[in-house]
Design a binder for this molecule. Structure first.
Ligand SMILES: Nc1ncnc2c1ncn2[C@@H]1O[C@H](COP(=O)(O)OP(=O)(O)OP(=O)(O)O)[C@@H](O)[C@H]1O
Length: 559
């Protein structure tokens, strides 16, 4: 089955498929040459005339070349398979970032990127090339047999036709049910990933037994569904196997009758026998490679779902010099999350170089959306964001990441050493700089107390640290960058008021020249603000000079 979408997904691969198919055809030609040469050796031996040695030498030569080509086919297929997998995964990974947060599903993503892409390997490297071989070889072999024995040729043509075409009727059905199986498989993967991530929580709620029973139940359903599919596929294998076996037997009977009636020499009958085998060999391989590539085929919907997403950041600019002064202008910006009317609407603000702006407002008022816009996780629908007068979209990704750094409320830490985590934005930062940033963020003593200090390898997302410690590490990481604009999005929400005040004092003292946007809920986080704005429903509803007062933080009391 040629799946147009799968061919498009793999990109420009026809060359490699044709090369593998060509290799398959050459191998078949060698098998045919072997059959014909073997017939002539037998004819010489039976008649006792002539020298059989040249033909025997040819047989040995053919066998050697065939062995070498068979050996060469595997590395070619493996290299081609790896290219397709890398290409597909790269495209999938760029699109994964475009999946709205609300729709992110790690289990489904893992199943598609790992199992789906792996499953496709056999489709591209085995099934498609073999399909081309089957379009050519059996027809040629039937013609060769027909030239020796018309009866055997006709029988072979009918049997080969049946063996090739009959399974195709099952393929469509198998693919349809296979897609259901893939849906169930990805759902089960999602449930497993979620349960694994939440084991401590499930244990705390005493729900582990219930969840594992449900997962076992779902796995059992998937097994039942897979077995039903296997049975369906066995019927297909049985039908094509029957056609091949009956075809072989009947073609042999037809050839022997021709020998008995004197229409065919015994030596030619041997050639016919070997040719019949070569007629069915590619068909049999086609069946095997169909089943090997079938899992990937069933993943096509999942792949398509990811690949049809338009990355949130569509184009990158060419301005490779990072901003230096750090002036921020948000000019009449509207961004609504896809399918919602929520986000920010007609938002305008200015932050001068070295200025600190506090952004406050109730939950859901659009504060984090402003941060996402500033780090280009999303682009405005209308309006413009400028850094030092340059549209944010005009910066190259590298220049942008060196111009503005956003520290989120719930930062991501990698399972790397603490030092490497801190150097994320500036790999060249010295040990002294790393430690100074940690001292400012009030986390130096915490790191020193870890088993290997700054060389301690963190658990996934720094799970051995408290929420507040993770936030302080992320602040240190942001401080370590030399970006002239720093956005702190509720980065002290997990700290007590005293620690929060200490950290914010130190941050203000450590980078007085840096433009800082502080998104916060509490007064203690904004004490160093030069100005403030209050958002509500994605719009500015109040603003003022100095740090915001309590009413502004809660509701946006206009000045
Ligand atoms: N990924 C998303 N998909 C759809 N809607 C979203 C998404 N993220 C946020 N929203 C909506 O956009 C609006 C603004 O959200 P935003 O996260 O910017 O608010 P916030 O002021 O930062 O809230 P909080 O103080 O609770 O963090 C809210 O109505 C929210 O429900």
């Amino acid at each position: 089955m040629v799946h147009r979408r799968l061919l498009q997904l793999a990109g420009a691969v026809p060359g490699a498929i044709l090369a593998l198919a060509g290799l398959g055809v050459v191998l078949s030609a060698l098998h045919v040459a072997f059959a014909i040469t073997a017939g002539s050796v037998i004819a010489v031996l039976v008649r006792g005339e002539g020298d059989p040695l040249p033909a025997v030498a040819a047989l040995i030569g053919i066998t050697l070349v065939r062995g070498a080509l068979t050996g060469a086919r595997e590395p070619v297929a493996a290299r081609f398979g790896a290219t397709v997998r890398v290409r597909l995964r790269r495209r999938l990974l760029t699109r994964l970032g475009a999946v709205p947060v609300a729709e992110r599903d790690s289990g489904q993503a893992t199943a598609t990127v790992v199992d789906g892409v792996d499953g496709l390997d056999a489709y591209y490297t085995r099934y498609l090339p073999q399909l081309l071989v089957v379009l050519v070889v059996p027809a040629v072999v039937v013609a060769l047999v027909m030239a020796r024995s018309a009866g055997a040729g006709v029988v072979l043509a009918i049997a080969a036709g049946l063996a090739i075409l009959a399974p195709r009727a099952w393929d469509v059905r198998l693919l349809r049910t296979g897609r259901h199986r893939w849906d169930r498989f990805t759902r089960l993967s999602s449930d497993y990933v979620e349960a694994l991530q939440q084991i401590p929580l499930l244990r705390a709620f005493g729900a582990t037994g219930r969840i594992s029973a449900r997962l076992a139940d779902d796995a059992d359903h998937l097994r039942g569904f897979t077995m039903a599919q296997l049975r369906l596929s066995l019927v297909e294998t049985f039908v094509s196997g029957l056609a091949m076996h009956l075809g072989t037997v009947l073609a042999v009977v037809a050839a022997l009758s021709a020998v008995l009636s004197g229409d065919l020499r015994a030596a030619s009958a041997v050639t016919v026998l070997l040719l019949v085998r070569e007629c069915f060999r590619p068909v049999q391989e086609l069946g095997t490679s169909w089943h090997a590539g079938y899992l990937g085929l069933t993943a096509v919907d999942g792949l398509d779902q990811f690949l049809s997403r338009t990355p949130a950041v569509v184009e990158d600019g060419t301005s490779s010099a990072p901003a230096r002064a750090g002036s921020v202008e948000v000019d009449d910006v509207t961004y609504h999350y896809p399918g919602t009317g929520r986000g920010v609407s007609r938002l305008s603000l200015r932050v001068g170089p070295g200025e600190t702006l506090a952004v406050v407002g109730p939950s859901g008022s659009g504060k984090s959306t402003l941060a996402r816009l500033l780090e280009r996780e999303v682009d405005p629908g209308t309006g413009q964001l400028r850094l030092d007068g340059v549209d944010l979209r005009d910066y190259t990704p590298r220049a942008r990441s060196r111009s503005v750094v956003v520290v989120p409320q719930d930062p991501t830490l990698f399972a790397w050493t603490v030092r490497d985590n801190l150097r994320l934005y500036r790999p060249e930062a010295t040990d002294a700089e790393v430690e100074r940033a940690c001292a400012v963020a009030d986390v130096h003593d915490v790191v020193r107390a870890l088993p290997d200090g700054y060389d301690t390898v963190l658990a996934e997302n720094g799970e051995q640290l408290s929420g507040g410690q993770r936030q302080r590490l992320a602040i240190a990481r942001g401080l370590l960058s030399q970006a002239p604009v720093l956005v702190l999005d509720e980065v002290t929400s997990a700290l007590d008021a005293d620690t929060e005040r200490r950290v914010m004092d130190a941050v203000a003292t450590a980078s007085p020249a840096r433009t800082t946007v502080i998104i916060a809920h509490r007064e203690s986080a904004c004490l160093h603000a030069d100005r403030w704005i209050a958002l509500q429903d994605g719009r500015t509803v109040a603003s003022g000079d100095g740090p915001p007062s309590l009413p502004a933080l809660t509701a946006g009391g206009a000045r």
